[in-house]
Write a protein that binds this ligand. Sequence first.
Ligand code: PGA
Ligand code: ZN
Length: 414
Amino acid sequence: RIQKIQAREILDSRGNPTVEVDVLTASGFGRASVPSGASTGTNEALELRDKEERYGGKGVLDAVDNVTTIIENELLGMDVRNQREIDALMLALDGTDNKMELGANSILGVSMAVAKAAADSLNTPLYRYLGGVNAYTLPVPTMNVLNGGKHAGNELSIQEFMIQPKGAESFTEALRMGTETYHALGKVLEDKYGASATNVGYEGGYAPPLEMTSDALDSLIKAVEEAGYGETEITLGLDAAASEFFDGENYSIDGKLLQPAELVDYYLDLIETYPIVLIEDPFHEESFEDFAALTSEAWETIIVGDDLFVTNVERLAKGIEMCAGNALLLKVNQIGSVSEALDAAHMAMRNGYSVVVSHRSAETEDTTIADISVAIAADLIKTGAPARSERTAKYNQLLRIEEDLGDVARYMQL
Ligand code: PGA
Ligand code: ZN
């Protein structure tokens, strides 16, 4: 039973305040902290910020206060294993559609800390507590090794260029293959564009001073080769985060303005030319029709809805109905509680959609998403480059989970 809930303001990887929550029971302890986006979707649950002068208006003392007063008052004495009941109670306390009253950051912090306290009190690893006997599959990491868009100070429209070590036997080996390729990419970029091209963006990927999508992809292909791998072992993926280069009518990319139908052709061309197996947010966040058009033309490609679905079952249901995309990006803070995020994952899977568990561009040392990815047997996990501790924390947790599972561990085959 919950004896105490504490909360505090800590810093995320961009140096902005975020919420950390501790939940204490007689036999368990859980601590969780909340991530934050830069290319945030309009339909995401609301992140409560103080709007006072301190930290440039980004303080979260109000959210912290909501945890230690309103939420703690209500949750004291409850059994931490009643995750759904606890989450539902917080939703009711908030009473709004987008958690604007208490803040998704305060609710999610408590929700994740409750799950961890429950796992701890049962002496069970979090992935097994959430996933039970079916939690034995490690996701394929889709590693963001080259940054553009809002995540970097360069001219690339596409936000993320990712690699997937598909041809690995285990997660441990996949991580090594991806990391070797990351380092090879650093060398390729330095040789071609100079040392400053290996400066990194928000998610630890290199942020070279490029403008053209093809220049970034050519460098990636070269890196895969230099690392000694082939196109079937390491494949490529993009997160266009296209809302960020859409002006309401056209998409601005590679020095051109493209209409939605032209952008469909643009992507089809990229898929023909490069070993691209995944494209996230190819169109802006309300363009269900354009997603459907691309999905029907590129049905073998994983078309992921991030800002489109915002981990929200209502938006996902609309997407499923329209055949818009074929994969869900799962970001716990887009929806703001563990049980709602699990609901979205299950809806996706029941309808044949893949699930990609994801970090945010501002992260903390919290590794909950690594455990969630195994708990739900997600197809992929996206948690940045294999560099910067807030990114490697998740990958390292997956190494520990694979070790803990031992012989029964399985690496996801896409
Ligand atoms: P964000 O970016 O965390 O800045 O929103 C990640 C993404 O778009 O997938
Ligand atoms: Zn995205």
